[in-house]
Design a protein around this ligand. Structure first.
Ligand code: DX5
Ligand code: ZN
Length: 237
């Protein structure tokens, strides 16, 4: 797809699999602790679910919170903007220190301009599809994508049940990346757990967003290690 080098400031790893801890299900009263804990316990990235109450029926946090959290961890920040107007606010999210910004293809704004703004800041740009959105919606932006994110729940809330019927989409994205080449992360988001992560990996995902399967556990480190072990056999070089 894009052919650009990956822009995540990550330590070298022998595996391509990445576990992105979603703080949506962490203690929202102590997010600084939640991100530091994810780093200490072995997560690869912090997944930041931004919701505006319009694009999804829920509200979370915005760029100021992200900026404040930026000082609390060295892990890459992977922002997932579930907002109707990301283009209007994109500079604020970039300035807040997001290493990647993924927006939704279902929005009515100019998508290409926002993807280009993300690249202009030297960050990774992603597009996300909701469960009912076909992959053909991504086609016009194919060359601009560092991340393709397939929602495996309806966006808006953590702790929902995994939608296995989205796996053919993941498979199709993997097939397209194989065919066209390029550096593209294939990310799954929603209901990813020890019970569901292997089918995501087998379908071709290499970034696994996990909220309740990480922060809902007493031993966060053990939960992350278990997820990582389950996908170890399915690398997609
Ligand atoms: C849902 C969010 C997800 C969510 C995942 O709209 O995009 O990132 O936090 O939470 P779990 O892993 O609990 O489904
Ligand atoms: Zn998310």
């Amino acid at each position: 797809m894009s052919g650009r080098a990956p822009t995540f400031p990550e330590a070298p790893s022998t595996s391509r699999a990445r576990v992105a801890a979603s703080i949506l299900d962490a203690d929202l009263g102590n997010l600084g602790h939640a991100v530091a804990r994810a780093e200490r316990e072995g997560a690869d990235r912090i997944h930041l679910d931004v919701m505006d109450g319009h694009f999804v029926p829920n509200l979370t946090f915005g760029p100021k919170t992200i900026k404040a959290l930026r000082r609390r961890t060295r892990l890459p920040f992977d922002a997932h903007l579930m907002i109707a107007n990301p283009g209007r606010f994109i500079e604020e999210y970039l300035d807040a220190g997001c290493d990647s910004v993924t927006i939704h293809v279902e929005i009515e704004e100019d998508i290409e301009a926002t993807l280009r703004a993300i690249h202009a800041a030297g960050r990774a740009a992603g597009l996300c599809v909701k469960p009912k959105t076909p992959l053909t919606a991504l086609e016009p932006y194919r060359r601009l994508l560092d991340i393709v994110m397939v929602m495996t729940v309806e966006p808006g809330f953590g702790g929902q049940s995994f939608m296995a019927d989205q796996m053919p989409k993941v498979r199709a994205v993997r097939e397209s990346v194989r065919r066209f080449g390029g550096e593209v992360w294939i990310q799954v988001d929603g209901g990813v757990s020890a019970a569901t992560i292997e089918q995501c990996a087998e379908a071709g995902a290499d970034v696994f967003v996990a909220g309740s399967a990480v922060y809902g556990k007493n031993d966060v480190g053990e939960a992350i290690a278990e997820l990582r072990a389950l996908v170890a056999a399915h690398d997609h070089p």
